[in-house]
Design a protein around this ligand. Sequence first.
Ligand code: ADE
Length: 421
Amino acid sequence: MADEESKDWILMVTAKSPTNIAVIKYWGKRDESLILPINDSISVTLDPDHLCTTTTVAVSPSFRSDRMWLNGKEISLAGGRYQNCLREIRSRASCFEDEKKGISIRKEDWENLHLHIASYNNFPTAAGLASSAAGFACLVFALGNLMCVKEDLGAISAIARQGSGSACRSLYGGFVKWNTGYDVSGRDSIAMQLASESHWDDLVIIIAVVSSRQKETSSTAGMRESVETSTLLQYRFKEVVPKRILQMEEAIRNKDFTTFARLTCADSNQFHAVCLDTCPPIFYMNDTSHRIINYMEKWNQLEGTPQVAYTFDAGPNAVLIARNRKTAEALLQRLLFYFPPPGAELTSYVLGDVSILHDAGLQEMKDVEALMPPPELKCQIPFKRHAGDVSYFICTKPGRGPMILNDKNQALLNPNTGIPQ
Ligand code: ADE
């Protein structure tokens, strides 16, 4: 390790990672501590320009213990999930040498050096927007870089998986599959990229944040209860998912939106049916979620071919995937018609890629107020609008995987103290 004179050095890495939304859902573990799933799953990585976790990891001989700050508040690293990730990454660390700064870390030194970690999510934590997926992917990616881990992304994804199952899918951009794997060690339960984000770049994604409150049943508890009590889950993972995985892979390969949308909606609905089939039943969606499903189904029905796919994770927020940019404009018009902003502000109501808002001719509140009911509502007059039922929308698209941020100004830890700045 570095000698006495250079005891005060701090080595730091900052990374940014995306979140992801499963279109073939992961629900149920076959091993709780290694986080091994009962079925394969497929996801779309969301553009980290709009939804991401930023994490800075630092190491210094002056640090007295491993510490972590999440969204500015210090949290305990005592939980098994953090400990598992730290242990697995440390065991794969290599030596580090920076002659100019006088830093030399041998492979075996990493076990005794403490870490400081600061992480920030630019979206609500634990509200069904996969914050722990982005969080653990970012943590493991940043630590792997700091500790000069030489393994490939697949092996890194298996470590992220031990923090949060779906985190393994956030190690790649675009379209990603998490293989269940066969090995009891979990080493083949890894993520792989099916196609990059540029393969199918017509897709536009709009998230309706229905509630940013933390959910009542955690995914971990919900999954365990479903595995123990749901007969539908048994049928799903044996009979349904294996076929859907093959069909979804083909739909993504061929950019076949009709099949993609049909499978995405059906799988989301089956996942929530499994939740209802759990004893006691679990309700992740609420009235607004159900309303959104109805509106999207009506629109797709009217068009004859699906224009939009919907999917809901373990929370009430809707993730809507539009066929292309033009469709996304029509989608946003519908969403703002049904769920107008509660106040007079549009800029804090539609976030992310707001150019869709402009292209849809909805720059100002008066444009939203003037929206006509969509044609599929014709036979439902008088129609209802639901101001206040959606907190905000985020417009985004399929995006890239994790990246290292070389700009020192983006670090979340003070380079002199190793404490959040
Ligand atoms: N859980 C939720 N957000 C997280 C983050 N950014 N890092 C680690 N765990 C998390």
